[in-house]
Design a protein around this ligand. Structure first.
Ligand code: FES
Length: 120
């Protein structure tokens, strides 16, 4: 079993409750939500037609809404709550260390390997 890599995404105190906050993490947009259920992170690209999300208030208080065609995704699970998207958002593991939100970033491992700087 491989050990997951976590990468700094954003300071916890910069996350507004009931918002989706979009940040670039190791070259990819990640959509981070903060709700009463906690902090969750998803791939920041809509599964309908690859539009990148932007920081915005959660629709209805609990959904990430794509500004392109209006698809909605649950802010805790990433499941589709309203079309036209029909696939959930990929979800990343999250941990909070010393006030910093970190997300699991398998793609960052791939980048490091491609660049030849990953430890063997
Ligand atoms: S690109 Fe998001 S709903 Fe179409």
């Amino acid at each position: 079993m491989s050990k997951k890599s976590f990468v700094d995404a954003i300071a916890l105190d910069q996350l507004r409750e009931s918002y989706v906050t979009c940040v670039e993490v190791a070259g990819r947009i990640v959509a981070i939500t903060r709700t009463a259920e906690g902090v969750n992170a998803f791939d920041g690209t809509c599964t309908h037609a690859d539009f990148q999300f932007v920081t915005s208030r959660l629709a209805g208080g609990c959904d990430i809404e794509c500004p392109m065609h209006g698809a909605c995704f649950d802010a805790v699970t990433g499941e589709v709550t309203e079309g036209p998207a029909d696939a959930a958002l990929p979800k990343y593991d999250v941990r909070i260390i010393d006030g910093m939100v970190q997300v699991s970033a398998d793609w960052a491992d791939a980048l490091q390997t491609d660049w030849g700087i990953a430890s063997k």
